[in-house]
Write a protein that binds this ligand. Structure first.
Ligand code: C5P
Length: 201
C-alpha cells in the first residue's frame, strides 16, 4: 500500500530540507511541488498563458537552473492563485503520491487538498525573521545579491498571497503535526520529522 508523507508550510521554513531528508531516510520518492508552480511562473514571465503552461509542463521544465530565483518564486505564487492552473497540476501530484514505494510531497496544500488521506502530515513553520535570514543566506551563497529587508518583504508578500487565496490556501490540516524550526538546527528538525513518521509506519 502507498505510504504518503505530506509536508506543508510557508516559504523558507525548512520544509524542502525536511522532506528530502525524510524521503532519503525511509527510501521514499520525493516531489517538490513548488517546482511545478515555479516552472509555470517562469513560462508566464516568458509570455505563456498560465493555464496552457500548466497543462503542457514537461520534465525538462522542472530542471531549469532559474527555478530557485526570487523572480520565479514571485511568479509562482501569482499563477498559484489561478484555480485552472492548480487543477492542471493536481492529477500529476496525486499520481506521484500513490507510487507503490511511498512518497513525500512538499508544498502548501498537500495535507489539505492533494493528499487529505496522507498517513503523516507535517506543517513546518518558523518566525518570519529566521525564514528571511535563511533564504537570504541561501541566495547570497548562490551569488544572488539581495538585501535581507527585501527578502523579508518578499516572503511576507508571498505568505499573504498563499494564505488568502480562495483555492487551496496555505493552512495546516486539522490532523497536521506542527514543527516550529525557529530554534532548531537542520539536524534537529529532521530528527523530529523522522520520529513523527516512524510512529506511524
Ligand atoms: O515551495 P516554493 O517556495 O517553491 O513554492 C513557490 C510558490 O508556489 C508558493 O509561494 C506557492 O504560491 C506555490 N505553491 C502552491 N502549492 C504548492 C506548492 C507551491 O501554491 N503545493
Amino acid at each position: 500500500m502507498a505510504f504518503t508523507v505530506a509536508v506543508d508550510g510557508p516559504a523558507a521554513a525548512g520544509k524542502g530540507t525536511v522532506a528530502r531528508a525524510v524521503a532519503e531516510h525511509f527510501g521514499l520518492a520525493h516531489l517538490d511541488t513548488g517546482a511545478l508552480y515555479r516552472a509555470v511562473g517562469l513560462k508566464v514571465l516568458e509570455g505563456a498563458d498560465p493555464v496552457d503552461a500548466a497543462r503542457s509542463l514537461t520534465p525538462a521544465d522542472l530542471e531549469r537552473s532559474d527555478l530557485r530565483t526570487p523572480e520565479a518564486a514571485d511568479a509562482a505564487s501569482k499563477v498559484a492563485t489561478i484555480p485552472e492552473v492548480r487543477a492542471a497540476l493536481r492529477d500529476f501530484q496525486r499520481a506521484f503520491a500513490r507510487r507503490a514505494g511511498g512518497a513525500v510531497l512538499d508544498g502548501r496544500d498537500i495535507g489539505t487538498v492533494i493528499c487529505p488521506d496522507a498517513e503523516v502530515k507535517l506543517f513546518i513553520i518558523a518566525s518570519d525573521e529566521v525564514r528571511a535570514e535563511r533564504r537570504w543566506k541561501e541566495l547570497r551563497e548562490r551569488g544572488i545579491n539581495v538585501t535581507l529587508a527585501d527578502v523579508l518583504a518578499e516572503l511576507r508578500e508571498r505568505d499573504r498571497r498563499d494564505t488568502t487565496r480562495t483555492d487551496s490556501p496555505l493552512r495546516p490540516a486539522e490532523d497536521a503535526i506542527i514543527i516550529d524550526t525557529t530554534h532548531l538546527t537542520i539536524d534537529e528538525a529532521i530528527a523530529r520529522a523522522v520520529a513523527e513518521v516512524e510512529k506511524r509506519l
